[in-house]
Design a protein around this ligand. Sequence first.
Ligand SMILES: CC(C)(COP(=O)(O)OP(=O)(O)OC[C@H]1O[C@@H](n2cnc3c(N)ncnc32)[C@H](O)[C@@H]1OP(=O)(O)O)[C@@H](O)C(=O)NCCC(=O)NCCS
Length: 443
Amino acid sequence: MKKKENEIQVKEIDMIREAFHYQSRFAGSVMVFKIDFPLTRDPSFSYVMKDLALLVKTGFKVVIVPGAKERIDAVLRQYRIESRFALSARITTESAMPFVLMAAFDAATCFMTGLSGDQVDAVIGNFVRARGMGVIDGVDMEHTGAVDRIATESVERILRLGITPILPCIGWSAAGKPYNVQSDEIALAAAAALGASKLFILSARAGRGSSRCAVPEGGRLTPSEVERILAGNETGGRFAEELSLALRAVKAGVERAHIIDGREEGAALRELFSNLGAGIMVYADEYEAIRPLKSADIPAVLRLMEPLFQRGNLVRRNGEQIREKKDDYVVFEIDGSIHACAALHLWGAGQGEIAALATDPAYTAMGLGRRLVRYLLDRAAREELKRVFVLTTRTNDWFEFLGFTESSLESLPDAKRRQYDHRRKSKVLALTLDRACPSPTVP
Ligand SMILES: CC(C)(COP(=O)(O)OP(=O)(O)OC[C@H]1O[C@@H](n2cnc3c(N)ncnc32)[C@H](O)[C@@H]1OP(=O)(O)O)[C@@H](O)C(=O)NCCC(=O)NCCS
């Protein structure tokens, strides 16, 4: 009984550590929340607002972009104004515009109200400079506009005051004329202009379930994976639009975009404060150039390593030995050729070894080595390793800079210790992977 209680306590403490880790990592950074209108009508909405209020109160800079499509549809239907669409945007006619304005501000007010209930100051503002879409392929888009720019200085000033800006789906021209602008476009422009670290796309729909898009389990997608999914998806639909928005955001410099079912309680918090994540994440793939080793790469890898074998930096291995451990290796490819490589060997008992790390001398000091180590530490975390070590004769300073510390021969797994070459006198350096934040931040 006591043991069980202890286990629960340790789990809770781990969760607290994890939350602090992510809080310190992201606090002060801008997060843009694009939230679909139907979520405001869902019973979960009050929890979503409570979570957003909590984020603001703990130092996150939250920007809200309310989606209003369904609200505009409903208002136009109520006033018997027909909606026509072109280029996947609503053609906002002269007669529709007053109702679009009404619906847009109505949707924005839902968020104002929600935040007021949680004592968070918010302001609905004219932060979007827009221009009319004009006549495209013979279709006059009338009062439908595109984002010209976001008034970043104003938004940032408001954020510094601890006030949450709400950007309705309206933009104003330099002359003050209002345009109906798609909220996806506003969220994208705001996230990019404000240097947001995250864009959350919250809907009242289960992301994967509602689409025929093939999204792999795990829900972590690189931009090229999203491109492949979108290319193979002819059905379109809202989820494909969300994926495309996430992709564009990441390409515009946003670190991560998350597509989340807002009805899942605490989904945004889980995404922010834990390793578990929620929904589907599209992330800027700094590892895009890193990939697993293929058999055909072995000659190039040996060529890369040869001078290091000769200088004694690396223990000599042949093609057959690399092939045997092929899955442990990753390579860094630039413009179709390999310029660095490394391996993570698993030794059991929660220990892994980073080995065979080599950077092409023409490509040193460009961060390739560091990124390979970071990649392998991420892999180690996924393998739930507790400790990663490295044996080195000349790079101890470099590994220490990355957070490794000198360790003893005795700390190595038995099998590795038996293989230790006493003539080489390699130093042992190791890094402990904390349970709460398993992939340490390598500089
Ligand atoms: C160590 C090594 C992998 C670093 O690769 P890299 O791609 O140049 O690494 P990064 O670009 O991430 O880091 C470069 C920085 O580390 C420094 N650095 C490189 N080798 C170093 C060493 N042996 N000791 C201390 N610092 C070193 C560079 O001066 C540079 O510093 P700067 O950023 O201030 O300019 C590369 O030098 C190499 O291939 N060494 C020989 C093989 C080896 O010893 N492997 C480790 C055994 S497994």
